[in-house]
Write a protein that binds this ligand. Structure first.
Ligand code: NAD
Length: 363
């Protein structure tokens, strides 16, 4: 029987890459009954809200979803639909594997990292007070009274909640992932030397959780600025990284850059009984509608989805087909050519066609 899966095409380049992923997942032969839902700007026009209730209901019911990127206005406008989805559905673990594929240009010979980012709190909790508003002034007064520290009156304020509950479950997720996937080491990343209470708590909890895995999985911690330098210089020393929300967001883009760029970097948002798969990259509006960008990140998100659904053989075949097409380097998008202006670069849908042809031939 076909398994029902929610699909959100997204906007910008979203529809192009998600269509490519859907076609490739279908070509594995796994029977999926796609439940298409819209969110973001298109949903405002149709339903008057960026995240219609039926989207959340569909994911809660189907338990598995895949989406293309959705645009978020910068510095104004509505709150990120992506963040709202992760928070509303308590998809607390963001999983972003970064590994080398032959044929993809990178500066490294060895790299196989998994970034695990906490998805529900930290500065992404969305608790912000705008500069100049009455409640901001009251918040400033209250914080000054409670902390004894001065805050400039013309400040905007953001709140960074880090809890024992969320820290414990994300670090536990990282260790369990490491155990299940034959990984050797978990590195907790923080800035606890400066943020002693918030990041300090994350680190304290990480150390406690690590004790439960002693002798099975190695544990260490790194301060986030040092971690950035270490990743650029010697990424081969790292295995599974676990981070609070903001550092996790930034470092996963950094790691995707190490592996060859956003065009090939997949992601998953996982909760206790449901998951939403999506590429790391955004909606790249300047390329929208051009059939130009790389669909691999979304197709590889489909591979993560198939694994989550227990369709391991189909996932392996699809990942192999993507890897072969990238290694051959012929039917690939501009970002995978050594010269980005190479006229032989193919479009999004043609790269998907080449992957499907490989799958069907099964070489
Ligand atoms: P972006 O990832 O959309 O694009 C940055 C650059 O990366 C592009 O200009 C392009 O050169 C390259 N790129 C991205 N995807 C590519 C692909 N598939 N193939 C080849 N090259 C690719 O980042 P941005 O410009 O910072 O963000 C654009 C919008 O996307 C913003 O509104 C942002 O909020 C949103 N966004 C959404 C998500 C999501 O839906 N989960 C994630 C990140 C950003």
């Amino acid at each position: 029987m076909a398994r029902r899966v929610t699909i959100m095409p997204g906007d910008g380049i979203g529809r192009e890459v998600s269509t490519a992923a859907r076609r490739c997942v279908d070509a594995t032969g796994v029977k999926i009954d796609w439940d298409e839902q819209i969110a973001g700007e298109e949903a405002i026009l149709k339903f008057g809200t960026v995240l219609p209730r039926q989207v959340l209901e569909s994911i809660r019911k189907n338990k598995v979803a895949i989406k293309g990127p959705i645009t978020t206005p910068v510095g104004k406008g509505f709150r990120s639909v992506n963040v709202q989805l992760r928070m509303s559905l308590d998809l607390y673990a963001c999983l972003r594997p970064c590994k080398l594929y032959k044929g993809v240009k990178t500066r490294y010979d060895k790299l196989d990292l998994v970034v695990i980012r906490e998805n529900t709190e930290d500065l992404y909790a969305g608790i912000e007070f705008a500069e100049g508003q009455v409640k901001t002034k009251e918040t400033i007064e209250y914080i000054e009274k409670m902390s004894g520290s001065g805050i400039r009156q013309d400040s905007a304020i953001g709140i960074k909640p880090i809890s024992v509950t969320a820290s414990r479950r994300i670090v536990k997720f990282a260790f369990d992932y490491a155990l299940k996937n034959n990984r050797k080491k978990v590195t907790a990343v923080h800035k606890a030397n400066i943020m002693k209470e918030t990041d300090g708590l994350f680190l304290k909890v990480a150390r406690e959780v690590a004790k439960g895995y002693e002798g099975k999985i190695e544990f260490e911690d790194r301060i986030v600025d040092n971690m950035c330098m270490q990743l650029v210089q010697k990424p081969e020393l790292y295995d599974v990284l676990v981070l609070p929300n903001l550092y996790g967001d930034i470092l996963s883009d950094l790691c995707s850059g190490l592996a060859g760029g956003l065009g090939i970097a997949p992601g998953a948002n996982i909760g206790s009984d449901m998951a939403l798969f999506e590429p790391i990259h955004g909606s790249a509006p300047k390329y929208a509608g051009m059939n130009k960008v790389n669909p691999a990140a979304t197709i590889l998100s489909g591979v993560l989805m198939l694994r989550y659904m227990g369709e391991t053989a189909a996932a392996d075949r699809l990942e192999k087909a993507v890897a072969q097409v990238m290694e051959e380097g012929r039917d690939v998008t501009y970002d995978l050519k050594s010269d980005r202006n190479d006229p032989s670069a193919v479009g999004t849908s043609q790269m998907a066609d080449a992957i499907i042809a490989k799958l069907e031939r099964g070489d």
